[in-house]
Design a protein around this ligand. Structure first.
Ligand SMILES: [Zn+2]
Length: 380
């Protein structure tokens, strides 16, 4: 008879009752005060976490716990509900989206020779790829271990050891991951973790609220991916990485012709990275704001600011990509449109401003590519 025996079903049943009664009546019936510190965020609503946990205890002990019978803090209620996949937060106005992106931006990664380690980012990308395809959220340890080890070997820093138990445990204690059958897994330090994981063979994966967000909200998923790529993998073949974790083509898009006629026949490159950037922008042109809607869905083009290939040698990275409509893509490629470092869009033929470049969180343009474009576009 303990809070740690709660299961997700008991909590969901209690949330239903809370919804039916309304907050005041629910708290009054079970003798709880309004929560000041910790809230469950579920389906866009906020619930007093201590009251929910105490009442859900009926499912374990036959009766609801009274408020005075247990502590409602992070160490008890927060941890228990967190392991059951709920988002528990101190912020009354927190949403899963903000909470998730905040966490992705504040990963506590070790540093090696001045560069952040990639174990946690790779583990997250692997899980995001699974979520994008709605694959099983919880994965047995032997599979998790093999797949993340391979990713670390392939895309980690030089000399990184493939030790996926560290990122899995680190992300668990950080509130993004869960080992649902183990509420007190070891910390991610020392030599204990691997032995513990091999002995216990836990299933593990993203917390349910994270997984749900990642399967349902492609835009937030793209924001997280773009952030991870630009922060941790600046010198990695990002297309190869995205393809490797199954994030190469998650969006159903109209098939592109390999070439289409313009004044110069030009190849439209459409790879994993360009699809990611287009998804971040909802396929809306960053210059004119138009979203072309085709029968099969919205259409935009990924435009490299500094072209790839000889003689330009531009990089295939988010900072060198724009999401443009076909017209603005041609105008930009041919140098009729240029973009200043402050992201003002200029019609070079008339000198008029066309307004600021539209931007979205998670996609920053690197000014070095804009400068290259201003200096060379239209001359090749
Ligand atoms: Zn446009």
């Amino acid at each position: 008879m303990a809070l740690s025996d709660l299961d997700r079903g008991m909590v969901l049943t209690t949330i239903e009752e809370y919804d039916q009664l309304g907050r005041d009546a629910f708290l009054k019936r079970y003798g709880y005060h309004e929560a000041r510190d910790y809230f469950i965020i579920h389906n866009g609503h906020r619930y007093d976490s201590k009251a929910i946990a105490g009442v859900a205890h009926r499912g374990v002990g036959g009766r609801a716990l009274r408020a005075a019978e247990f502590s409602g803090g992070a160490a008890t209620v927060g941890r228990t509900l967190g392991h059951l996949g709920f988002l528990v937060t101190q912020r009354q106005d927190a949403s899963p989206t903000e909470t998730f992106l905040d966490k992705v931006r504040t990963l506590d990664t070790a540093v090696s020779n001045g560069r952040p380690k990639r174990h946690q980012p790779l583990t997250l990308l692997w899980a995001l790829g699974r979520a994008a395809h709605r694959e099983e959220r919880l994965v047995p340890w032997n599979v998790t271990r093999a797949e993340i080890s391979a990713l670390i070997t392939e895309f980690g820093l030089d000399g990184d050891r493939p030790n996926p138990e560290y990122p899995v445990l680190k992300l668990t204690h950080f509130g993004l991951w869960t080992l649902p059958d183990h509420q007190e897994p070891p910390r991610s330090t020392g030599s204990a973790p691997l032995g513990w994981m091999n002995r216990n063979q836990p299933v593990s994966g993203l917390r349910a609220w994270v997984y749900d967000l990642m399967t349902e909200n492609e835009k937030v998923r793209s924001q997280a991916i773009a952030y991870l790529l630009s922060t941790y993998f600046p010198d990695v073949d990002q297309n190869a990485l995205l393809t490797r974790v199954g994030l190469g083509a998650t969006v159903a898009e109209p098939p592109l012709p390999g070439r289409r006629p313009t004044t110069v026949r030009r190849i439209i490159r459409d790879n994993a990275l360009s699809r990611l950037i287009k998804s971040l922008h909802d396929h809306t042109c960053q210059i004119c704001g138009i979203q072309l809607l085709l029968p099969r869905g919205p259409y935009a083009e990924g435009a490299h600011i500094r072209p790839l290939g000889q003689p330009h040698d531009g990089h295939d990275v988010p900072g060198n990509l724009l999401c443009l409509c076909p017209n603005d893509h041609v105008l930009f490629d041919q140098g009729a449109t240029i973009i200043k470092d402050d992201l003002t869009v200029i019609n070079r033929l008339t000198g008029e401003q066309r307004g600021p470049l539209r931007t979205v969180p998670g996609h920053d343009i690197d000014p070095q590519y804009l400068a290259y474009h201003r200096n060379t576009a239209g001359t090749y």
